[in-house]
Write a protein that binds this ligand. Structure first.
Ligand code: TRP
Length: 456
């Protein structure tokens, strides 16, 4: 069976378009909201080191493998996997990689939409002036009032899901593609402006030390597992999103260089977000680096509420955060939708409505985790914590492990070489070594010690 060289969906205009699309998927709440608070919970520097190690040794090689699968298959992730499995003549259970990914994506977007809803609320909270002159305490009070109100959380969650479904129904390429190419650079500029504020008005030295002074005693097995989970989450790997985008990548683009560029931008945004948030945290009485999921929503309003013109800048900033979350959420939604259309013969509208309905109901569990169910925990997890842990720290790593083994050992190596044209023999050797040995051993070791640490 000959594989199509172009695929039925055409290709991105250039390598740069792929970089923008993949960066749009990668840069989201994971960078600005999650990275700082997980780093804060795990003591800072040593966690950041573990995170960077996971990005380079596991994340980048696995991401390259996903793109190679997607570009060779030139279809939706589930079918691309099926086709490559058939082409290699191996056991068809390898194609479960596609399923695991679709499921993980739907679970992630169920809580992602709730958090993105907070960003929507904060556009208006900034613009209304209620955070003018905010202190650590008053900002925390505003945030806690929001969390205590399920109705408001559901309102914003619903609105965000409608925004996502609107785009996925209408086609991902035109509307969002254009928006992302303009707005992501703008987000970056805003972050740099905020960095200026942190340097001038925050306790920059303390923030810097917290992120970069390495104290290994603060790091547990669970912390390393969270660093690995964060690396998967922030690069959008382990669920087929990058595979799906890889399907549109021009045949002559160099996968290694491209993915390194995306990973670089993605980590840069995460680190700058940390360098914006922690100096403000250390300069503000009443906020701790380990404040948890609310960290960004409490510390940044303090900054915005106290700088000239800050309320306007703050409102614009949360618009940009919403857009970054939006371009990520779409890549979480699309694989499931594409599968319903292909396999169940649904129309695009039906598939979207079904999936969005399911996600909405599941998302209520996360909404209630912050108020009426806040005290119902199992093994210390609220419903939200559980979904977050299960997806980032269990499902994405397992699926990443399978992707590494599949491309490292199972796929015919000639086919892999075809996709990797333009990479030197040395790079190929390092990459294969990473996929065959480094990533699998690291994933299993980190996974086992993290689970052990968490539960025993
Ligand atoms: N990477 C995104 C973020 O950091 C979230 C995301 C989008 C994602 N698509 C994904 C995570 C696929 C895992 C898998 O916000």
């Amino acid at each position: 069976m000959g594989l199509q060289q172009k695929g039925m969906h055409g290709t991105w205009a250039s390598r740069w378009t792929f970089i923008m699309a993949a960066t749009g998927s990668a840069v989201g709440l994971g960078n600005m909201w999650k990275f700082p608070y997980v780093a804060g919970n795990n003591g800072g520097g040593a966690f950041v080191l573990a995170y960077i190690g996971c990005i380079l040794l596991i994340g980048v090689p696995v991401m390259m493998a996903e793109v190679a699968i997607g570009r060779r298959g030139r279809q939706s992730p589930i079918n691309a996997m099926r086709e490559l499995v058939a082409e290699s003549g191996v056991n068809s259970s390898w194609s479960y990689i596609g399923w695991l990914g679709v499921l993980a994506g739907l679970l992630i977007i169920s809580f992602y939409a709730v958090i993105a809803g907070w960003a929507l609320e904060y556009i208006f909270a900034m613009a209304s002036g209620e955070l003018s002159g905010a202190t650590g305490e008053s900002a925390a009070a505003v945030f806690n009032t929001l969390l205590a109100d399920p109705g408001r959380l559901i309102f914003w969650q619903t609105l965000f899901l409608m925004l996502c479904v609107g785009v996925v129904i209408g086609g991902v390429k035109k509307g969002l593609g254009v928006a992302v190419e303009i707005l992501m650079p703008l987000l970056f500029v805003m972050l740099v402006i905020l960095l200026g504020f942190s340097i001038v008005r925050g306790n920059f030295q303390a923030g810097w030390d917290f992120l970069f002074n390495i104290d290994f005693s603060a790091l547990t097995g669970r912390g390393v597992l969270e660093a690995m989970g964060q690396a998967f989450f922030t690069l959008s790997i382990g669920m087929g999103a990058i595979m799906a985008y890889g399907a549109y990548m021009p045949q002559n683009a160099n996968i290694g260089k491209t993915i390194l560029t995306v990973a670089f931008f993605d980590s840069l945004v995460a680190i700058i977000s940390g360098l914006v948030i922690f100096p403000i945290v250390f300069a503000t009485p009443g906020i701790e680096p380990s404040a948890g999921p609310g960290l960004m929503f409490i510390s940044l309003p303090v900054a915005f509420g106290n700088m000239p013109g800050g309320l306007l800048i703050g409102a614009v900033f949360f618009v940009l955060v919403t857009i970054a979350a939006w371009s990520s959420a779409i890549s979480l939604l699309e694989p499931g939708v594409a599968w319903l259309i292909e396999a169940k013969n649904m129309t695009r509208v039906q598939a979207n409505l079904l999936i969005a309905g399911g996600i909405w109901v599941l998302g209520l569990g996360s909404v209630f985790s912050f108020n009426i169910w806040a005290d119902s925990t199992v093994a210390g997890f609220t419903f939200f914590d559980f979904l977050d842990f299960l997806t980032s720290n269990v499902m994405l790593p397992i699926s990443g492990l399978m992707i590494a083994l599949f491309v490292g050992f199972v796929m015919q190596q000639q086919h892999v070489d075809d996709e990797m044209q333009g990479s030197s023999a040395l790079i190929m050797r390092c990459w294969r070594f990473a996929l065959r040995y480094v990533a699998p051993v690291a994933i299993v070791a980190v996974f086992v010690s993290g689970i052990y640490d968490k539960f025993f």
